[in-house]
Design a protein around this ligand. Structure first.
Ligand code: HEM
Length: 484
């Protein structure tokens, strides 16, 4: 009954082309869910740069022209809302009931502790925890000099998850036990991660719904405030936010759910993104050579003596333009967030071309930068190719000048989203991923088991959910460089 008005919706003059799809109410939901990129390509070819589609009872207007993103991302008149819409999702996925104060709290605390001076402190902790995860509780073990084999995706995700989790959510005096618990948590995190896209689309089987419920309860328990209080070195980022929630008299059970949300936000993307970076480096010897040369320049020729941990000044992360470009290029190819805003009042969206479209109150506006920016051949020639120096000027400085139709384009790569929903953890995320890659190329020999194995394609079910994942893993081996 509630969806009836939607069913009989008619296209009004000046509105974007309307495509209600083949199935009442569901509209295009099936095609969208199976492969969002293919679906949007088809719609763009059919309707142009702006179109409205019906997806599971809701109307989404996709804006595909990056020169027209400004009015959506810098909407000062608050005709578009991000927060209310995000609230529904957060309640469903994490069980967390957001407060009006949350947005400001998360962003101001992140500015304090995940950027600038706070970040320098956290980088030191991250280096220490990466040492623990990659070398074990006793530092470099003699047996560790032999080759070890793993799936590259599993290795990167597992390492970044454990190091990130222990750095942010704290450790106990028993490092071996911490590692064990982090490993167990990673296994559960991956189970949740695998179900995540279909959970969001509400298309799980009954058994899977029950499984998701069990996983949610497990995370609430493991990340509970009570459990956390027994730990040392819980990051200021987490502590500060929990203190603010306490001051707002949020119940402890709700704080546990908040922690789960922060675990997801902080650990769901860095592992997969590091995988793409290392994968591309392994497949592009020129890029690997350039990164290694830069690493030697900033760190010197490093190797480990017995029982040593990594020796690296995180300050060097400010002097790695080549690695910066590699990370930006890997994120261009591997990150595919969807930026969503709810339309609060009917209003005219002005496009860069001068055209105007009427947007209807209650609809959602969506931007999918992977297709409309990151894969645009005019902005990034040969967009499907990995070019490690794409984001470098000839003089070695960072390239920020990208153009479309002759116009400088402000949003030329959008892995972190943009505007009000821009990732507040981006500086820390880049630091931890760069630290991991630097350690891998400096202290380890790394090679693919089958050097001819191609870069795996993206799992199409994950388009639109932040950093993509490969459709299958790739075997690789690694060993500590011997001391010279
Ligand atoms: C490669 C790594 C990462 C990528 C690509 C990434 C990307 C994003 C994107 C696109 C969003 C916006 C989502 C939306 O529009 O709904 C977001 C939100 C967020 N990210 Fe990240 N992120 C990464 C790592 C991190 C890390 C390491 C942290 C924290 C330590 C973090 C904390 C957050 C938080 C708290 C939010 C929600 C902000 C809000 O509610 O407004 N992210 N991230």
């Amino acid at each position: 009954f509630l969806s009836l008005p939607g069913l009989f919706r008619q296209h009004r003059p000046q509105e974007p082309p309307l495509d209600k799809g083949p199935v009442p109410w569901l509209g295009h939901a099936m095609a969208f869910r199976i492969n969002m990129v293919e679906f949007l390509r088809r719609m763009q070819a059919k309707h142009g740069d702006v179109f409205t589609v019906l997806l599971g009872g809701q109307y989404f207007t996709f804006v595909m022209d990056p020169l027209s993103f400004g009015p959506i991302l810098k909407d000062t008149q608050r005709r578009l809302d991000f927060i209310e819409y995000a609230k529904e999702l957060v309640l469903k996925v994490f069980g967390y009931k957001p407060l009006a104060e949350d947005y400001h709290m998360i962003h101001s605390t992140s500015t304090k502790h995940l950027m600038g001076g706070g970040l320098e402190e956290l980088n030191e902790v991250m280096l220490d925890t990466l040492s623990l995860v990659m070398l074990g509780p006793k530092g470099r073990r003699p047996s560790a000099s032999g080759w070890r084999e793993d799936g590259l995706f599993h290795f990167c995700y597992n390492t970044l998850f454990k190091a990130g989790y222990l750095s942010l959510f704290g450790r106990t005096p028993d490092a071996a036990q911490d590692l064990l618990e982090a490993e167990e948590l990673f296994v559960e995190f991956r189970r949740f991660d695998v179900l995540f896209p279909r959970f969001v689309y509400s298309v799980l089987w009954p058994r899977e719904w029950r499984h998701v419920g069990r996983l949610q309860r497990l995370f609430h328990k493991v990340l509970s405030v009570r459990h956390n209080l027994q730990k040392e070195g819980v990051s200021r980022w987490i502590l500060d936010m929990l203190q603010q929630l306490q001051a707002l008299e949020v119940a402890p059970a709700m704080q546990d759910k908040f922690n789960f949300m922060m675990l997801w936000a902080s650990q769901g993307n860095t592992g997969p993104a590091s995988f793409w970076a290392l994968m591309f480096l392994l497949k592009h010897p020129d890029a690997m050579r350039a990164v290694k040369e830069e690493a030697t320049k900033v760190l010197g020729k490093a190797s480990l003596e017995a029982t040593q941990s990594f020796c690296c000044d995180p300050g060097v992360l400010k002097h790695t333009p080549v690695l910066d470009s590699v990370m930006e290029e890997s994120l261009r190819l591997g990150a595919s967030p969807t930026l969503l805003r709810a339309v609060q009042v009917d209003f005219n969206l002005k496009m860069a071309s001068g055209e105007e479209y009427l947007l209807r109150r209650g609809d959602k506006v969506a931007i999918f930068p992977y297709l409309s920016v990151q894969m645009d051949p005019e902005i990034h020639p040969e967009p499907t190719k990995f070019k490690y120096d794409r984001f470098l000027n000839p003089d070695g400085s960072r390239k920020v000048d990208f153009r479309k139709r002759g116009k400088k384009i402000p949003y030329y790569n959008m892995p972190w989203g943009a505007g009000v929903s821009m990732c507040p953890g981006r500086h820390f995320a880049l630091s931890e991923m760069k630290l991991f890659i630097l350690l891998m190329v400096t202290y380890f020999e790394v090679e693919m088991v089958d050097p001819d194995a191609p870069v795996p394609p993206v799992d199409p079910r994950r388009w639109g959910f932040g950093t993509t994942q490969p459709s299958h893993d790739v075997r690789f081996r690694y060993r500590l460089r011997s001391a010279e």
